[in-house]
Design a protein around this ligand. Sequence first.
Ligand SMILES: Nc1nc2c(ncn2[C@@H]2O[C@H](COP(=O)(O)OP(=O)(O)OP(=O)(O)O)[C@@H](O)[C@H]2O)c(=O)[nH]1
Ligand SMILES: [Mg+2]
Length: 460
Amino acid sequence: MENATIAAISTHPGKSALGIIRVSGKDTLSVISKIIHPLSGAPVDSITPRTQFTARLFDSHGALIDKPLVAVFKAPHSYTGEDMAEISCHGSILILHSAMEALCHFGARPALPGEFTKRAFLNNKIDLAQAEAVADIIDAESKASLKLSLSQLEGKESGAITALRGKILLLLSAMELEIDFAHEDTPGLDPKNAAEQISAITADIDALIQNADAGIMIKNGVRCVIAGKPNAGKSSVMNALLKKNRAIVTGMPGTTRDVIEDRFELEGIPVRLFDTAGIRSAENQAEEEGVKRAKGALKEADLVIFTADGSVPLTKDDLEIFKETAGRPLIVCVNKSDLKHAVSPEEAASFFGVKEAIQINCVKEGGITPLTNALKNIIINGRNMPSIDGILVANLRHRQALMEARAALNEAAAAAAKGLSFEFAALDVKRAASALGSITGAISTDEILDSIFKGFCIGK
Ligand SMILES: Nc1nc2c(ncn2[C@@H]2O[C@H](COP(=O)(O)OP(=O)(O)OP(=O)(O)O)[C@@H](O)[C@H]2O)c(=O)[nH]1
Ligand SMILES: [Mg+2]
């Protein structure tokens, strides 16, 4: 591992009460002692680690720039497992940048995104799933996703994965023993017993995969796109769901041009709502781009709220737009139920060829309730939402690795069932162990690490 001493501003750039600089690496104490002078007069390296002290902070030319609170941490008892310092300055960009410049002048280098956490992983302070949880905690936008990420940081998921991998490795060593001593007269692993063990492990992996979709949805939010003809009331639906005037509403068709995003929580599940331009043949360039973006948003939707104006007859334009939603889970809304109906929900359902359409309006108290209920039905009830207090995989990379492990175990089971020598099954079992090992980082490559940590913020 590269052992340069790194430094970064860990707080949000901008004016604030405090701004924190972190330093990590074997030269931390000697680098910071060039610019940090404790008020007590004691040398920095004589101060008890993990206690805070007030100091004077100087820039690289020796000019006083602040009076921060400082704490030093000695390896291995620090976040990264290396010598570290946290300098809590006043939150002025000028102070923070001057301090960073001075630290780099005296031998540190600016940290890369996530480099502190990467070092924590490489120094075995946390495993890879826990390192990913750190980024997820920072990104969490709902209480549910924060709870999931915290449980991942606590090591709940890692514990389950490590236990499963332990079972796989035990099976692998029994198979290898059998291969090595196949002709000896000792009772060992028989194919039936191997098959039973594989199926028990596969069942546990399946349970994790089954709940992973829900976990990922809780973490990332459900992408819910509102689509329909111009003037159908899409922006009004958005505002009603958000309970605020987020999008502009006018009686003029073609009001919304850009995709407008906002979010709300449905029983703790984050819903990311996207209002789109009414799809029609555009009258100008801006609208044309809006329609293109609306179609793009539809392609990435987890769920579509298709909105039709119930006060006017449905037309082939409604149908054309409806076709753009193909393959997506969908709620068909017949809007403006407070006005004289031109279309009943039953007529709309048969017109679009769906089981059911719901009637809503955005102007009367409770007019949007049928839509909220339909959303709850699809997002929460329709999925048998698992408890977030249990072990819930909420990471696409982990889900992928679990699926790889399951596929490998299925092949091992097939080889065992055919009565083939354990040599064949053992290779698959080994692949399954590697796949699970990639989740916690027991097995990792530079490529995996780079792709994970480049998504972190600087200073974390
Ligand atoms: N009476 C009644 N009017 C509604 C309702 N929903 C929307 N409207 C009106 O319908 C018109 C269009 O509403 P918008 O929400 O802007 O429609 P839109 O689908 O976003 O339109 P574009 O952005 O142009 O595609 C406005 O005058 C709204 O006040 C409703 O439930 N009842
Ligand atoms: Mg609109």
